[in-house]
Design a protein around this ligand. Sequence first.
Ligand code: FE
Length: 130
Amino acid sequence: MKKIEKTEQEWKAQLSDEQYRVTRQHGTERAFTGELTNHKAKGEYLCICCGEPLFKSDHKYDSGSGWPSYWQPINDASITEVRDVSHGMIRVEVRCARCDAHLGHVFEDGPKPTGLRYCINSASLKFEDK
Ligand code: FE
């Protein structure tokens, strides 16, 4: 995949403060505050930074966590997974493969068929009707 690289100033100029904090500074939005947590329309969820399609409404479910949750990404090539040992926990961070935006984390307590829970910040996503 062809990478998109921008300076911090360019990202800052195109994103809201919250979107910048989450995607470019590995932030986390407060649980139950994101616009897309309970969003149920049919469509795709794109990277807020670069527009790469990341998740689909067909794979979204209510995990009760307070963040948008999916049991699989739109395809494996659109995300990268990185070991994250910050905050005294061992987790797997999920990033946009195209622009390295921080999206959230993936946990192994999701529903069938994958058993995975992609726990994603609303601030990292924009919804597109399909
Ligand atoms: Fe991206």
